[in-house]
Design a protein around this ligand. Structure first.
Ligand SMILES: Cc1cc2nc3c(=O)[nH]c(=O)nc-3n(C[C@H](O)[C@H](O)[C@H](O)COP(=O)(O)OP(=O)(O)OC[C@H]3O[C@@H](n4cnc5c(N)ncnc54)[C@H](O)[C@@H]3O)c2cc1C
Length: 496
């Protein structure tokens, strides 16, 4: 490794870890720094009173993207972690009691659709067909492609128009599906990556095909086991890891305009031939680059103003088990479009909600003491642009959620809940340095996608790169791990 170029990766989310591994496989000398005491970014692990919780991502789609990281070093991913395919992907429960079980068995899905509307079975088949077409462009051709100049985007315009990417996910789904319950179910995917189905580009309909083609998986022990596996691989391959490294500046040399050092709040300083930043790009541009030359307007946070929603996440155990509850449940309240409008556009606090409920003990009993269950409930809320004081509002929202679940899908939860605690958008801002405490960085709008998203290479300071949810292609584990491929192409192009 003598004379190897020296790469510092700031941030150990999935995008940062994937970038560090790709750079290392190329033979570069790599140091990964992370401000938190543990790797994983939003995929932290919490433990309380014998209950374990994945803090963030729980649904594993596109498992091949992780396999690839191990294959870079001729290693078998499944020697490092144990992955299981789930039979039931999600159960949807509506406030009025209507239920829809979404599974990997296509015939079963048709039967479930038929319970709501026979006519929509055919519409769903056509939706899957268009989703595959969108996938073949949106994922296969675009997800790992750099968009540092407008030209590649321009070349794609005819295809994007043919696929109606200017439409929203909800508009596309309603073209094929007419039943209001099914419309809500099959347009849910943008919410998993921080977007409102009523404004997110229909490119995200590709997730339907992604799920059907590769299934939905869980890593035994939780997503934290995948983080641990990646950490082990990085150490085996000679990547240096520095935790509790809160980067306060990326120092440039005014003569060359290039980044030279990465500095930590405690005085540690690392020299770098290239820097890859995996946190929120808005945070980096506002806080880390004091003396950089002026950058184009399009790279400034002021130009990218639409942030994803905030997340309120309630973690708890129960002193009993709820065996009828699926591993992943989506509980939809009475209001849908109006609720999302309040959260995303009006950015106001609402009394009602829709929820995602994670019950890992449905698959892996190690998450809770015997006879108990472990849960987390994710409630989309307005990000910090709402001005909500979460010190005040955190507990009342906890109580409203527990009361609602107690009266519906988790009977007597109020008596059985134990060891609960929560994260609010304020914690996302403090812990992950996410602007406005957004759950998924900037929103996945057409006007903030590909060339219009934060660039994976800084246009001014050419040895600074970005990877992760705020960059192309966007949030979600498949998105950020793909963004590492984009960044790697640009990095190797720069370093030669
Ligand atoms: C509650 C929740 C549930 C989710 N569920 C799913 C799911 O089921 N499936 C799915 O695919 N996706 C899911 N997602 C989305 C997915 O988790 C994220 O999009 C993805 O993990 C983001 O990865 P990233 O590479 O952008 O980095 P992040 O995870 O955002 O990590 C960035 C890291 O950079 C560090 N950092 C920032 N600034 C600095 C600094 N100055 N110095 C040092 N370090 C710094 C941060 O501490 C952090 O560790 C979920 C997200 C959340 C929040």
């Amino acid at each position: 490794m003598e004379n190897a170029k020296n790469i510092v990766v700031i941030g150990a989310g999935f995008g940062g870890m994937a970038s560090a591994l790709r750079a290392r496989a190329q033979g570069y000398d790599v140091t990964l720094v992370e401000r938190l005491p543990a790797l994983g970014g939003r995929a932290q692990t919490f433990e309380k009173a014998g209950f374990k919780h994945d803090a963030g991502p729980t649904v594993i789609t596109a498992p091949f993207l992780f396999e690839e990281l191990f294959a870079l070093f001729n290693k078998d991913a499944y020697a490092y972690y144990d992955q299981v395919a789930l039979d039931t992907w999600y159960e949807f429960i509506f406030e009025d009691g209507a239920r829809f079980k979404y599974t990997g068995d296509l015939e079963h899905t048709f039967a479930e659709i038929g319970k709501f509307s026979e006519a929509d079975v055919d519409g769903y088949k056509r939706l899957l067909g268009i989703s595959e077409e969108i996938f073949n462009i949106g994922f296969s051709q675009l997800a790992a492609k750099p968009f540092t100049s407008f030209f590649p985007m321009l070349k794609l315009v005819p295809q994007l128009i043919r696929l109606k990417s200017y439409k929203t996910v909800f508009a596309l789904v309603t073209k094929y599906i007419k039943n209001p319950y099914l419309q809500k179910i099959f347009s849910i995917h943008p919410l998993l990556v921080g977007g409102n189905p009523y404004s997110t580009t229909s490119i995200y309909t590709l997730i339907h095909y992604l799920e059907r083609r590769w299934g939905i998986h869980f890593i035994m022990g939780g997503t934290s086991s995948l983080v641990a596996a990646l950490e082990k691989l990085m150490l085996e391959e000679g990547i240096r890891i520095e935790k509790n490294f809160d980067t306060t500046s990326i120092t440039t040399n005014p003569a060359t305009g290039k980044a030279e050092f990465v500095e930590c709040a405690d005085g540690r300083r690392l020299s770098a031939d290239a820097v890859i930043f995996n946190g929120d790009p808005s945070y980096a541009y506002e806080n880390l680059f004091d003396d950089l030359p002026k950058r184009p307007k399009t790279m400034k946070p002021a130009a990218l103003t639409q942030y994803s929603m905030g997340l309120y996440v309630l973690y708890f155990g129960t002193t009993t088990q709820y065996p009828g509850v699926a591993h992943h449940t989506i509980w939809l309240g009475k209001r849908h479009e109006e609720l999302l409008h309040d959260i995303f556009d009006k950015k106001i606090e609402t009394q009602d909600f829709s929820l995602y409920i994670h019950r890992p003990t449905a698959t892996d009993p190690s998450f809770a003491p015997e006879g108990c269950d472990s849960f987390y409930v994710l409630c989309p809320v307005a990000n910090l642009q709402s001005g909500v004081d979460w010190e005040v509002e955190g507990k009342p929202l906890r109580d409203r959620i527990v009361k609602t679940l107690s009266a519906t899908m988790l009977p007597n939860l109020e008596e059985h809940i134990t060891a609960d605690f929560w994260m609010t958008p304020k914690d996302f801002e403090t812990d992950y340095k996410s602007k406005w405490g957004a759950g998924f960085s900037i929103a996945p709008l057409f006007s903030q996608s590909a060339y219009f998203r934060y660039k994976n290479q800084d246009p001014t300071c050419k040895n600074v790169f970005f990877v992760g949810a705020g960059t192309h292609p966007g949030a979600g584990l498949p998105g950020v791990v793909s963004s590492a491929k984009v960044t790697h192409t640009l990095l190797t192009g720069y370093l030669g």
